[in-house]
Design a protein. Structure first.
Length: 229
């Protein structure tokens, strides 16, 4: 990403109200291309609005409202893989960077998040980068939509192990989302829950390997029953 502060832009139609509609235009440099991502200027302001509600819902915490290093690393890895015609699912899409990168690589993408604000931003960011993808509001623990459309060729997830409760859910869910030849790529910045998650995956009989990334900040784990080069 550029070191300069991203420029302010006029909010396009359809954005959520309040602090989420105060947006900036972030440039992300991927191998061979540049992606522009619209994001809220101030995630803390969105959190303040939520906490000011009479009964704030913790499931609406605005984790989606910024570009996380794991998402940038995963987008870069995805860009280097030819995905023409493949069916790709992104779990926890946030602002949509990873899903946009997969669509630019030729995939047919469904990007899901438990936050409707996230899927709104993802759809807008896809359009800003001249790609088409589908979005849906879908939580890890209510995965009926993504299971119904399984098996997927590739499932992508960036920084999804930030809560303990996500570990058993994902260990159960991920093998059910891909067939014998499908893969999961999970990018993690060193969350404390990673070791527990990998132990659970090993117990399922899946193979795993670590893809090249920045080992000091983000590891990308490639998971599946059978993996080829």
């Amino acid at each position: 990403m550029d070191s300069q502060p991203p420029p302010s832009v006029a909010a396009p139609p359809g954005l959520p109200p309040g602090a989420a509609s105060d947006v900036v235009d972030e440039t992300v440099r991927l191998p061979g291309r540049t992606v522009r991502i619209l994001r809220p200027r101030d995630g803390d302001a969105i959190l303040d609005e939520l906490l000011a509600e009479d009964d704030p819902d913790e499931d609406r915490l605005p984790f989606w409202a910024q570009l996380w290093p794991a998402g940038v690393a995963l987008a870069r890895a995805v860009t280097a893989r030819p995905l023409a015609g493949q069916r790709v699912l992104e779990l926890g899409c946030g602002l949509g960077l990873v899903g946009v990168a997969a669509a630019l690589a030729g995939a047919r993408v469904l990007a899901v998040d438990r936050s409707p604000e996230a899927t709104t931003f993802t759809a807008i960011n896809a359009a800003r980068n001249d790609v088409t993808l589908q979005t849906a509001v879908c939580a890890f623990d209510q995965p009926e939509r993504v299971l119904r459309e399984a098996p997927w060729d590739l499932v992508l997830a960036a920084d999804v192990l930030y809560e303990r409760r996500n570990v058993p859910v994902l260990v159960w869910l991920l093998p059910r989302l891909v067939g014998a030849t499908g893969e999961v790529w999970l990018a993690d910045p060193g969350r404390s829950m990673l070791a527990r998650f990998l132990a659970g995956i090993d117990a399922t009989g899946w193979r795993r390997e670590q893809l090249a990334a920045d080992p000091d900040t983000v590891a990308i784990h490639r998971l599946g029953l059978t993996m080829h080069g």
